[in-house]
Structure formats: structure tokens, C-alpha cells
Design a protein around this ligand. Sequence first.
Ligand code: CMC
Length: 424
Amino acid sequence: MTKTAQLIIDGKTYELPIIEGSENDRAIDIKKLRSETGYITLDPGYKSTGSTKSAITFLNGEEGILRYRGYPIEQLAEKSSFVEVAYLLIYGELPTPAQFKTFSDDLTYHSMIHEGMRHLYDGFPWGSHPMAMLSSMVCSLSAYYPDSLDPDTNVDTHITRVLSKVRTIAAFGHQKSRGKPIMYPKNNLGYCDNFLHMMFAVPAEDYEIDPKIVKALNTLLILHADHEQNCSASAVRLVGSSNANLYASISAGISALWGPLHGGANQAVIEMLERIKAGGSDYKGFMERVKKKEERLMGFGHRVYKNYDPRAKILKEMADDLLPHLGVSDPLLDIAKELEEIALSDSYFVDRKLYPNVDFYSGMVYKALGIPVNMFTVMFALGRMPGWIAQWKEMMEDPKKAIGRPRQVYTGEKERQFVPLNKR
Ligand code: CMC
């Protein structure tokens, strides 16, 4: 028998169905609430509101669990590759060897961008933020592939295109912003190797790719690949719910990710650590200011995790391993660890369940890899691409898909009469 919740308004009882997920998530189904009661719910920031059912990612913030399609993030980070995880997220299962080969080959085949797009970079002013370029360029793919506007289009081709081209777009933007020649993709390289080649190679020299860096990049992108209904995934779904094409929807996700409270936090963490270092490394004084709410400890806290973010744990270990391998000794890592130690024992942070999130250590690793700070959020976006695609695809394939259109509680003026300009 379906469980129900009872809601009593003005003495009248309404039965609301209870929905249970496969991991015991429970929700009260309020689809008919307004039509039956005249009331809506109010939940700014959606702290208690589920926007969809989804079979992609399971996240238990209290226990610090993250799984893609049922597979623990720790296993995927250790044993899988980004391309394999992308397939898993988008198509629901790990690929067979034949499926993997086709998918990888398709990603290789679609890596070039239209030459016309190359000239778009020339229009951006010097010093443009790479996230501004990324979101514009990804949206402009819909102009170069206008069949994407047709809802009956071959979606799989557009999926492969955006997943492949986004790395070329990101790397070209980086090279352009530094006045360096653009490096075209090479078909003999894997997904991450190819990105590193486009980012760091120069035509005059051979470029050798360190396999340990390739492995680290794969892991970083896997850790970013999806995180259920976060701000950017919700933006992708909301935009896509109006039947906007895949490229436009993903571009909205990139814009949402840019904010410092979301994916922009990895850049903000490094900037915060640099500030602390420049001020004489007074991390204790900084933490006192955080507690007085004069500062925010970037890279800490999460809407969903009320425990250590499992991604941060993997990244911290990666930083400890990779930095010595690269011969990097970064004083910012020491400051970060001091901040973490204080936070894990100070009641301000403990009581509020504030733990390091994915962005606390990812910036440190990106910095060691030679990625400039203003590219950090671009890296997050590259990783999140399969998640956005999977969320968009799941929504588009839902026979009950509806345009996203929240209600509001209006608090403005009641009706009043227009006063002409000369009488005001
Ligand atoms: N530093 C200091 N205090 C904090 C922090 C922080 N980073 N995060 C939350 N708090 C405090 C907040 O001031 C509030 O205190 P009080 O109860 O006294 O008012 C309490 O903790 C609850 O915070 P909240 O703002 O209600 O929590 P939220 O769930 O709305 O916000 C968050 C989540 C991620 C926006 C927030 O923790 C934050 O701003 N963190 C720093 C930015 C950051 O690292 N963002 C990356 C998130 S992970 C990547 C991703 O998936 O987007």
C-alpha cells in the first residue's frame, strides 16, 4: 500500500503520497497540492525540495557517500578513466570493450572545432575570463550545428561533439589569452593527454606527457563528473526543460558553475590562501575572522555534505603524492592543512558540520599541474560535462517532462493606478 502524509489546512485533511527511492530517500509528493488546496510550498534555496527523480548519482551527505550509477566514487577514481565514467554517467552502464572503443573513437573524431569559431576568440578583450569564453563558445556550437535545434535530431552525435570539443575550446581559450599559438588536437592521443597537449605544447618543440599527470587529470575530472541536483545541474535541467538545445543548456550550466559559491570556489580557495600567505601566514587570525563572519572559509561547507566530502579526501591524498613527484613544494598546501586542522577541532566549524569540500584541495593540484588559477573553474566544467549531459538526457527522455516553472509568494504592491510622468 502507498504510504501517505497527512496535511491539515483549516481543519481539512489532505493525503499526500510518499515516494521512496532505491536508497530510502523519502519525499512527499506535492504535485497536486496547489490544485487541491490552493496552497504552494515555499523553500528558498530548495533546501527541502526535490526537483526530480533521478537514477544517475547517489549522494548521502550525512555519511559522506557518493556513487555514480551505483559505483562508489573511490573505486571509479582509482580504477576507471574519465571517458569510461562519462559513458557510465550518460548511458547508465560501464561500456563493453567494443562500446568503449566506439565512444573513444567518436570523441577523437569530433575534437576539432569549426575554423570560424577560432576567430570568435579574437573578439574577446585581452584578459577575458576563460569561463566567459567557455560558456559563450559552447552556446555558439548551436549556431555551427543548427540541427541541434531540432528535437528529433541525433542527440548522441551532439553529446559526443560537446564532450569532445569542450576540451579544445577550453585549451584554445587558454592559449589565446596568453598570446600563444593554438595547438590543434592530435588523433593519436587519449582524451586527457590530448587536452594537456593542446594546453601546454608549442609548435617548436616536442611535448612529452607524464603518465602520472594524465592519471591525476583523469581522477580530477572523474571527481567532478556529477553531483546530482546541484546549482549548475539544476540550471541545465531548467533551461533544457523549455526544450532549449543541448549546447545552450550546457552553456547555462557553465555560467551557473562560475559563481564562487559553486565551482568558482576552487579559484577563490587559492586566492584566499595567497592572501593569508601575503599577510604573514597568520592562519589563526584568519580563522578568527571567519568565526566573526568577516571572512568565509572558501572550500569548506556544503549544502549536502555534513561530513568529510569523499572527493576532498581523495584530492588531499593526491596532493600529498603528486606535488613531491612534480618537485613542487607549495607553502599554500601547508597553510591549507593548518586551516583544516583548526576547522576540524573548532566548535564553530564542528557544530555547523563544515568540512573540506572538493574545491579545498583541487586548486592545489591544478596549480601543481601548471594550470593557471583563472582556468580552475574551466577544469571543473570539463569534468562536470558528462554529468550535465546525463542530467539533460535523463530529463529529455522522461515521458512526464514538464517545463520548470516555480511559483512564488508575491509580496509587492497591490493594484494601483498609473500616474502620468508630469504628475509624479
Ligand atoms: N565558512 C564559514 N562559515 C560557513 C561556511 C564557510 N565556508 N559555510 C557555511 N558557513 C556557516 C554559515 O555562515 C552559517 O552559519 P550560521 O548558522 O551562524 O548562520 C552556517 O555555516 C550554515 O551555512 P549556510 O550558508 O546556510 O549553508 P548552505 O548550505 O546554504 O551553503 C555553501 C553551502 C557551499 C554555499 C557554503 O558552505 C559556502 O559558502 N562555502 C564556501 C564556498 C565553497 O566552498 N563552495 C563550494 C561548494 S563544493 C563545490 C560544489 O559542488 O559547488
